[in-house]
Design a protein around this ligand. Structure first.
Ligand SMILES: *Cc1c(COP(=O)(O)O)cnc(C)c1O
Length: 393
């Protein structure tokens, strides 16, 4: 048996079968290129679902992480540590947010955001104002509460009873939103580009209106930037493209660059809502993960973010000329390719992987989330594999 066969069999036998895996085991990587156990190379257009912001094993990031690993790997949140305080400062300075709580995943960040909205309202208005409005077709995580927050029926099975108090409203429908944000609502949660829902950017007009209503009604505006955050859209956070001021921003995926890290950022309205004893997590703000995050945030200066936009435009232009492509949605390096002629995104992704490009689906679209540091040569190579996949249908 080959190495790959052994891995596959072990995995199937011993790892809980919760993932439908592609027929590839990735062994190692550098930049946007990774290699499987047979030595076959792939251009990574997925960055581990928006996680490896600087690609595989970026030198500076590895150095920052390794240095911290050899200094202090963990101490509880009962003590101060340097990397987590530095990352919090960087995040606040670059977003206008006021405080940061560190978590370990996207779902966990959203849990913190939801708790904050409920406590903010409870303290100010008392009981009976605990509803959270989210958008139809959204995705907010896999815990019992964030599944409830997720506005897709397919996620509301088996695990009853879900956390109560969630209401869904259609994206980009101002009238429906106005009705949904009733007296008993404490928070509104939105992804500005629905990721899992199919790379669906919200209309700026709708987002501005949502901000206005939340301000007028003292509803906590929570932006879920777990997928859109940390440079993905060409700004450090997607809300900066929309020119709004959220009360809470959740983030995860890209901030750790491949180490588990998430955070919730609180604005002026909510910076003092969660106090000692209200919220905590053992691993949150881990020194090694945050040392890597500090490096990533420092790399993402204006020039780097400008390049993210330029590379996104470059990919878009090339993809639009490919067969079976109707359009390309998204911003920066978060792109969703709309297909024509009944071509299925899952088939393109499967074929693309065979051709040497790791692609993702997002519902009916082919989703591209390349590492933000990808080079133009790597982009061209990946696009050639994608084009070949499209041509075979
Ligand atoms: C991935 C994702 C989550 C969940 O993050 P986990 O780290 O898997 O818990 C939540 N919200 C959005 C928008 C996401 O894309």
């Amino acid at each position: 048996m080959s190495n790959f066969d052994i891995i596959k069999e072990q995995d199937k036998t011993y790892v809980a079968n919760t993932y439908g895996r592609f027929d590839v085991a990735v062994k190692e990587g550098k930049g946007a290129i990774c290699v499987d156990f047979d030595g076959k190379e792939y251009v990574d257009f997925s960055s581990g679902i928006g996680v490896n912001s600087l690609g595989f094993c970026d030198e500076g990031w590895v150095e920052a992480v390794t240095k911290q690993l050899n200094t202090l790997q963990h101490i509880s949140n009962l003590y101060y540590t340097e990397p987590c305080s530095k990352v919090a400062k960087l995040l606040c300075e670059r977003t206008g947010m006021k405080k940061v709580f560190f978590s370990n995943s996207g779902a966990e960040s959203n849990e913190g955001a939801i708790k904050c909205a409920r406590k903010y309202s409870f303290e100010k208005y008392g009981e009976g104002r605990s509803k959270i409005v989210t958008l139809q077709n959204s995705f907010h995580g896999r815990t019992v509460t964030t599944l409830a927050a997720t506005g897709q029926d397919v996620f509301h099975n088996y695990f009853y009873p879900f956390t109560e108090g969630f209401v869904y409203t259609p994206a980009n429908d101002k009238e429906a939103l106005e009705k949904a944000l009733s007296d008993d609502v404490c928070g509104l949660v939105m992804e500005l580009i629905q990721g899992e829902g199919g790379v669906m950017p919200l209309e700026p007009d709708f987002v501005k209106y949502a901000e206005k209503l939340c301000n007028e009604r003292d509803i906590v505006l929570i932006i879920d930037e777990v997928q859109t955050g940390v440079g993905r859209t060409g700004e450090l956070f997607a809300f900066q493209n929309y020119g709004i001021k959220p009360d809470v921003v959740s983030c995860a995926k890209g901030i750790g660059g491949g180490l588990p890290l998430g955070c919730v950022m609180f604005g002026e309205k909510t910076e003092f809502t969660l106090k000692a004893g209200d919220h905590a997590t053992t691993f949150g703000g881990n020194p090694v993960a945050t040392a890597g995050a500090e490096y990533i945030l420092n790399r993402m200066n204006g020039e780097f973010l400008g390049e993210v936009k330029a590379k996104g435009d470059y990919i878009r232009e090339k993809v639009l000329k490919m067969p079976h492509v109707e359009g390309v949605d998204g911003m920066g390096l978060m792109l969703g390719i709309r297909l024509t002629d009944g071509v299925k995104s899952a088939d393109i992704v499967k074929k693309g992987i065979e051709n040497g490009a790791l692609l993702l689906t997002a519902k009916a679209k082919v989703r591209l989330l390349p590492p933000l540091s990808i080079t133009y040569a790597e982009i061209d190579r990946g696009l050639a594999a994608l084009e070949k996949a499209l041509e075979s249908f």
